[in-house]
Write a new protein. Structure first.
Length: 138
């Protein structure tokens, strides 16, 4: 009897874990061509949305500095403008490691009053970066 209860408990636990894992996974679709978008409509995503297309990595070296109040608005606005030219409606604040296997550091900054973690690299020159995405489903 105890063995049956343990087996049922284990099956239930595994089922819950599978359901939870399925609900959290993001689906990355093949990139399609999109017309340019408005930079103001490009939304920031700290974590990947449910279903999206990766359009490419955007970078800026302009205005990559923290203002006195930790705002990074000029750098993020530059990233959003680049993403918009690719047809993006989202900017994922994550990037993959580069060809040399170097992963950027994550720096905290404030954009339009909200705190975010931004990928950045300091060498050879300060660079802010993100992944331009087209969100199909949040």
């Amino acid at each position: 009897m105890r063995q049956t209860i343990r087996s049922c408990s284990l099956v239930a636990l595994v089922s819950v874990m599978v359901l939870f894992a399925c609900g959290c996974a993001s689906e990355v679709l093949p990139a399609q061509s999109h017309p340019p978008s408005d930079p103001e409509s490009v939304k920031l995503y700290q974590k990947p949305p449910a279903k999206y297309e990766k359009l490419g990595v955007v970078e800026t070296t302009q205005n990559v500095k923290f203002q006195a109040d930790a705002t990074v608005d000029p750098a993020v606005d530059a990233l959003k403008a680049q993403a918009a030219t690719m047809g993006a409606n989202g900017l994922l604040l994550q990037v993959d490691a580069d060809q040399a296997g170097q992963k950027p550091v994550m720096a905290t900054g404030v954009y339009h009053g909200q705190s975010y973690q931004f990928p950045a690299k300091a060498k050879p020159v300060k660079t802010a970066m993100a992944t331009a995405i087209y969100v199909v489903k949040e």
